[in-house]
Design a protein around this ligand. Sequence first.
Ligand SMILES: Nc1ncnc2c1ncn2[C@@H]1O[C@H](COP(=O)(O)OP(=O)(O)O)[C@@H](O)[C@H]1O
Ligand SMILES: [Mg+2]
Length: 355
Amino acid sequence: MQIKNISLKNFRNHSYCNFDFSNNLNVITGENAVGKTNIVEAIYYLSLGRSFRANDDSELIKRNHERAEINATILEGELTRKIKVNITKNGRAILINGKNISKLSELSKCVNVILFQPKDVMLFSGPPRDRRNFLDISISKKSVMYLDYISRYDKVLKERNDLLKSEKVDRTLLDVTTEMLVKLSGSIISYRQMYVKDINDILNKITRALTGAKETFEVKYYPFVPYDADFNENAKKAFKRAEEGDFKHKQTSIGVHREDISISLNGRDIATFGSQGENRIAALALKLSPYFLIEDKDKKPIVVLDDVMSELDQKHQERLIKFLRKFNQVFITATKLDIPDCNHLLIKQEEKEVF
Ligand SMILES: Nc1ncnc2c1ncn2[C@@H]1O[C@H](COP(=O)(O)OP(=O)(O)O)[C@@H](O)[C@H]1O
Ligand SMILES: [Mg+2]
């Protein structure tokens, strides 16, 4: 897929801007704080219906204004979709081809953006939640069923935690919620196991393209109970064993919401033994891997690399650019980047408003 055009109104520091993009490399440059990341933030918003760096949508509205707007034209093969996002302090509305959407999944089906940002170098040493998010977002983009399992799981998990917090825990209800968690966990784990296997089948092709070195990276996934023929029985036992602790801490201590992945380089855990450079390559390769796992050419994700070029040496920069030329649509932001054959957009500081 590709974003043909985007216009922003009172979005972050942009009063109004309008860009046409090319269907391969788009390089967005400009001095610090001119609003380059703000532009890719708007692009990413279309993929998930939320920002990757704002806790609250109202942060996206230009200071001293009432509402922000994103308008985009998205192409998927022959299909053209117009997406409009209206953000006000009281909430937001999303329209696809002029019609209000009722479920966020309607938007997330239409736009798929992969984002890599400088802090991703900490992906393996940071909190497990970031790695689970990566897995959940990537698998959801491939399978709407998975997204449904995850949202149902989250709901049941909340119910179970609420029960555990109540004064006198209703054992029958608790068993019912545990049973439901076990069932949903089975589906989620089977998806995760399969996805990690698929990532491992392509990961080293990516790292070799990025570094030229023949090293072996491997993602390891740690399900709380592996998905096999005995899953239901083993998972029930695991919940039983954890029950006393769950009562004591008033929350569900095991389950897919606590799982994690790690990555190893030549058999050694990269978070513990890897250099910063190795962590960066591993994270970049992992983040790019979903691109290759979406088979439909028209649905291939849009790739955004925010401010990562400056952290790579010349050799790695050149390899990365060469690799990215094979992708559909790519956005790269940088303060300065001279590369041939790309759509170059130079962002300038808006004139300061006088109040
Ligand atoms: N809601 C907002 N209203 C106005 N300006 C904002 C808002 N949010 C962020 N900014 C401004 O946007 C600028 C940063 O934009 P950013 O996209 O991160 O810059 P860069 O070009 O370095 O990536 C800062 O000057 C910041 O003050
Ligand atoms: Mg930036």
